[in-house]
Each structure stands twice: as structure tokens, then as C-alpha cells.
Design a protein around this ligand. Structure first.
Ligand code: UDP
Length: 402
């Protein structure tokens, strides 16, 4: 476990002292984070880093997982998709499934803390099943710019009880919601196994262990197998790249416990890419990979891709940039907050396969460009998207509410 001072070398003493100064007013206050999976996806990734260092400041931080069965997660994945603009048939059965799982959890979980932070829609209704004794925060990690109106209206029925909503992007603020709202950008942990420096021999070892061959440049997208991450679009772009430059594509995605769509999307990808997989040009990895492997894969890749069509923030973008890699990513959601086009990476329109391929080809052919972009990318992440800044933001929010 890291203590806050371990980050001195990365962010400087002033940042660390500033955090301790803010936490001084909150010593011993008890904060509880609730989400719906301990692994897979960005929320679990962030909580695993944030909660321990929040504790280290003297605030009492805790983390609980809402327990749900497959039916529940099927409903909440539909909600997730509809919150990102997809259609939904909002039946009474879905609402019951959603509410009853939260109600059951509330019958055994104790949430008697000074502040409760609920992450994403899955545990949102919990607030209705507790006698409210403290401020509640809803931390929304998804892109809700075009949230399905019927679903949004239904969820507002729970949201109105909250004391604050936190979103990742100014576009996600909702003027029709009479609840205080703030923007808090997500962040990555530079000291986690996912992001810590690795020696070249260690990178080689980790890739060999997972059977990823070297010898050709790797173009990689790391993402859950989810339609919004557009893995099929990545394959289409790769086919164009492959006509110009000899390289390999790696699509690596774990199955998040709260995302039942993963297997279906993976199977479709495997079918569409069958020939490329057989020839060894495309490598599909669909399992829970250790963080150290993801780290090594990002570092071993020549170009990283994030071809999402919606993206609440996109931690994988920050992870790649922090490793000094050029990232070619869609101009959607939280991605343009991270990448300045042509300076710290490249942005493409979300459905533009041709432009995606051209950017990847340009980068594969130009070592100096990759180095320049990578260096600036790393500094952009250091300035804005490290976990110490996220902690600092949370301390501000807690100060406001307590
Ligand atoms: N991730 C992982 N293994 C995988 C795929 C993803 O560890 O096979 C991690 C990835 O490194 C990142 C997080 O899961 O830390 C994904 O966060 P992001 O914000 O990019 O997307 P989300 O899944 O939350 O939509």
C-alpha cells in the first residue's frame, strides 16, 4: 500500500502538503464509496487507488460493493446503454428488478457514515431504502449528454434526494436537475501496478507469459468488449493500416462482473476477425488480465487506440499517455479533455475508419513524432489526471458538504 508521500517524486511536495492541509478539517470523518464491481472497468480501478490514499490523509474511507445477480446486471447494463443515448423499453419488471436488488442490499448493509458516495446507476436507488442521516453524493462516470429522457426522468426520482451530483465533463451537467452539480475529472494512479514504470526485460517477460509475440509493431486497444468501445471499428481500421504497414493488432478486454454484454460482443468480434486471428495478425485477449500485463502491453505497443463512440472519460487514454505513448482516439465524451489534437495525441471523428487508419499509419512510420507526442502526453497527464488531484477534488467536495 502506498502512502501519500510516495507520490512526492511524481507530483511535488506542494501538492502533498496541500492535500494534508485540506484533510486537516476532515480528520476522522467517515466516507463510504459504493459501486457494483470490485474489478473490470474504470470505476473499480479508481476506487482501488483512491480509497487507500484517502484513508492515509486521516479521513476514514471505506468501499462496499452492491451485490446483484445476472438479471440485475442485465437491467443495469440496459440502463447504462440508455443513459449513453441508446433506446430502452423501460418496463415495470426492469424497475422492480432494479429497485428490489437495492432494497435487499439495504436490508443487510450498514451505511452509517458521515458521507455516502454512490458510483454510477446500479446503486443509485439505495438512498430510498435508508433513513437519511448524512449527505449523499451521486458520482456519475458515464456520458449522460443524451440520456434517454424516460429513463432520466425515472432516475431523477432517486436523484432528487441526493445532495450533490458529480460528473466527468461540463457537457454532462443537467440544468433540469435541481441538485447541486460539480465536475470532477477521473484520474489514474501512477504508482499502481497498472501504471508503475517497468524495466524492458519485465515487459518482455509479461508479454511472453500471456503469449503476445513481439517482432512487429503492436497497435493496441484495451477495453471491455462493449459496443460503445467499437472493437469492430478498430478491426476495420486495422485492415486499412495493415495494407500499408506490417504490424499486429491486440484487442484486450476483461469481462467486468457488472457487464453481461461482454461475452456476446467478444464472440461477434472473434467471428468477424477469425481469419486475421488465425494468421496471427490480430490477437484477442478476453480474460481478466493482471494489471502488470496491461501495463506491459501499453508500454510494448507502438500506437494505442481508443475508438469509442461514447466514453464517459476513458481511463485507458490517460494510462497510455502517462506511458509516453501516442494515443489515437475518438473525439467523444471525456477523451478531448485529455488529448489536445496534434500535441498530446490524435483525435478522430468516432465513425471515421479512414481517418483512424491514417493517423495510426502516420504514427507507425514516424519515430520522432511518436516520441514528441508521447513526451507531451505524459506531462499533460501529470498536470491534470493523477490520483492526487482526484483526492484533492474529493476533499473539496467533502468540505463543502460537511
Ligand atoms: N482494463 C483492464 N483490463 C482489460 C480492459 C480494461 O484492466 O482487459 C482497465 C483499463 O486499464 C482501465 C479500465 O479497465 O483502467 C477501463 O476504464 P475506462 O474508463 O477506459 O473504461 P470503462 O470500462 O470504465 O468504460
Amino acid at each position: 500500500m502506498h502512502c501519500l508521500e510516495d507520490y512526492r517524486g511524481t507530483v511535488g511536495d506542494d501538492v502533498i502538503a496541500g492535500i494534508h492541509a485540506k484533510a486537516r478539517h476532515l480528520l476522522g470523518r467517515r466516507v463510504l464509496h459504493v459501486n457494483s464491481t470490485y474489478q473490470g472497468g474504470g470505476v473499480a480501478e479508481m476506487l482501488a487507488s483512491l480509497v487507500p490514499i484517502m484513508n492515509d490523509t486521516g479521513v476514514d474511507a471505506d468501499w462496499r460493493i452492491l451485490l446483484g445477480n445476472t438479471d440485475f446486471f442485465q437491467v443495469t447494463k440496459k440502463f447504462h446503454n440508455a443513459m449513453q443515448g441508446g433506446p430502452i423499453n423501460l418496463t415495470r419488471r426492469k424497475k422492480e428488478q432494479y429497485e428490489n436488488t437495492n432494497k435487499a442490499f439495504a436490508s443487510w448493509a450498514q451505511l452509517d457514515r458521515d458521507v455516502v458516495v454512490i458510483h454510477d446507476p446500479q446503486p443509485l436507488p439505495l438512498i430510498r431504502y435508508f433513513k437519511k442521516r448524512q449527505p449523499w453524493i451521486w458520482r456519475c462516470h458515464i456520458d449522460i449528454t443524451d440520456a434517454n429522457p424516460e429513463l432520466w426522468d425515472y432516475l431523477k426520482g432517486f436523484l432528487l434526494r441526493y445532495d450533490m451530483m458529480l460528473v466527468s465533463h461540463p457537457d454532462y451537467l443537467h440544468s433540469d436537475l435541481a441538485v447541486p452539480q460539480r465536475i470532477v475529472h477521473p484520474a489514474i494512479d501512477p504508482l499502481s501496478a497498472k501504471n508503475i514504470e517497468l524495466r524492458p526485460a519485465e515487459i518482455d517477460r509479461l508479454l511472453a507469459k500471456q503469449g503476445v509475440p513481439r517482432g512487429k509493431p503492436l497497435v493496441t486497444q484495451i477495453s471491455r468488449f462493449d459496443p460503445w468501445k467499437d472493437p469492430l471499428g478498430v478491426i476495420e481500421a486495422f485492415k486499412l493500416v495493415r495494407e500499408e504497414v506490417d504490424c499486429r493488432l491486440v484487442l484486450c478486454g476483461s469481462m467486468a462482473a457488472d457487464d453481461p454484454e461482454g461475452l456476446v460482443v467478444y464472440q461477434e468480434v472473434a467471428r468477424k476477425a477469425r481469419k486475421l486471428v488465425e494468421s496471427g495478425d490480430v490477437i484477442l485477449i478476453a480474460q481478466d488480465s493482471p494489471s502488470s500485463f496491461i501495463n506491459a502491453l501499453q508500454r510494448a505497443s507502438t500506437v494505442l487506440v481508443q475508438k469509442s463512440t461514447r466514453e464517459g472519460f476513458g481511463l485507458t487514454v490517460a494510462e497510455g499517455m502517462w506511458k509516453g505513448k501516442p494515443v489515437v482516439a475518438s473525439r467523444v465524451g471525456g477523451i478531448p479533455l485529455q488529448i489536445t489534437h496534434g500535441e498530446t495525441g490524435f483525435l478522430v471523428e468516432p465513425h471515421d475508419i479512414q481517418a483512424t487508419a491514417e493517423q495510426i499509419i502516420t504514427l507507425l512510420r514516424d519515430t520522432q513524432l511518436r516520441a514528441n507526442i508521447g513526451e507531451q502526453a505524459r506531462e499533460a497527464i501529470r498536470a491534470n489526471f493523477l490520483t492526487t488531484r482526484l483526492l484533492d477534488d474529493y476533499l473539496d467536495v467533502l468540505t463543502t458538504l460537511l
